[in-house]
Design a protein around this ligand. Structure first.
Ligand SMILES: NC(=O)c1ccc[n+]([C@@H]2O[C@H](COP(=O)([O-])OP(=O)(O)OC[C@H]3O[C@@H](n4cnc5c(N)ncnc54)[C@H](OP(=O)(O)O)[C@@H]3O)[C@@H](O)[C@H]2O)c1
Length: 272
């Protein structure tokens, strides 16, 4: 699906670089199909050397040459950059524009890019750096199923993908894009419990991380409900149920669920 398509990554920070690396490693695109832009010349030169591909500070030229633009800019920069591309006539060939900016709607992007430009929003997360990411994509007004499929193909080079309606994207941002940070807090806390009982810190972190990895794989591979999998571990009168009840006393479920709800509301404010 990406064969022969030219892709420009506009904004080569943390996520832009991860995407460029994922695309190249996957073999789905060659370095000659890919261009990146950065704000400063120093960053552009460093990236050109590190990734072995064209990296400039010229968004307009990169957009003119590309069939697909992936906007990896901060939410507050993305609309201004789109308006600049439109004003400089860089979008006359109606490229597919994919934005990963949290909280910036396809309606706002359409307004900035102009009529007829197909837009897809995508929400990746940092485990994309190691090919274990999750990216959700949503179509905007002019985007077809084929455009969504192209976006899914691009982000599948960095992990799992899913298509959902745009109304869910702020919630997806909280659960899936901010999600790893919440899991790190949980991992650190579980490890602290181990350290309190005398485990060396490194061992406690590894045990907590592997337990989380294994539990997550059990959910994904078996398709069973987490509650059913939890019941498999909780022997009557055993130590697991004792630990769960202590966590329930601290309202662990509502604390985590409210955390997602709060982060989702904050995500909705980011692009404003
Ligand atoms: N990080 C996450 O976990 C995550 C997850 C999902 C989605 N996102 C979204 O991904 C987007 C990028 O986040 P990030 O963490 O990758 O941010 P970042 O590391 O700050 O990257 C943004 C990059 O854009 C460059 N830039 C700024 N203005 C530019 C312009 N006019 N033209 C070209 N490049 C420009 C910046 O260059 P300078 O460094 O020189 O300023 C920087 O390298 C955000 O919208 C965020 O909402 C992030």
């Amino acid at each position: 699906m990406l064969s022969g398509r030219r892709i420009a990554i506009i904004g080569s920070g943390t996520m832009g670089r991860a995407l460029a690396g994922g695309l190249l490693r996957s073999g789905k695109v060659e370095a000659s199909q890919l261009a990146c832009t950065a704000r400063t010349r120093q960053t552009a030169e460093k990236l050109s050397q590190a990734l072995g591909l064209l990296c400039t500070t010229d968004n307009v030229e990169a957009a003119r040459e590309a069939d697909i633009l992936v906007l990896c800019l901060k939410p507050m920069d993305v609309v201004r950059a789109c308006e600049g591309l439109k004003a400089k006539g860089a979008l006359g060939h109606a490229p597919l524009v994919i934005s990963i900016a949290a909280g910036v709607s396809t309606a706002a992007l359409k307004e900035a890019l102009g009529e007829g430009i197909p837009v897809v929003r995508a929400m990746p997360n940092t485990p994309c750096f190691i090919g274990k990411g999750m990216t959700v994509v949503s179509k905007g007004t002019y985007a077809s199923d084929e455009h969504a499929a192209v976006a899914l193909d691009i982000f599948s080079t960095m992990g799992r993908t899913m298509e959902l309606e745009e109304k869910h994207l702020d919630t997806v941002t909280a659960l899936s894009a901010s999600g790893p940070a919440f899991i790190y807090v949980v991992l650190e806390s579980l490890a602290d419990g181990g350290v309190m009982r005398g485990l060396p810190r490194a061992a406690a972190i590894e045990l907590a991380a592997q337990a989380a990895l294994g539990a997550a794989e059990m959910v994904l591979q078996t398709g069973r409900h987490p509650a059913a999998l939890k019941d498999d571990v909780t022997t009557p009168a055993g130590c697991t149920i004792a630990g769960i009840l202590a966590m329930e006393d601290g309202r662990i479920r509502s604390v985590l669920a409210r955390g997602i709800e709060t982060a989702a509301r904050a995500a909705g404010e980011l692009g404003k």
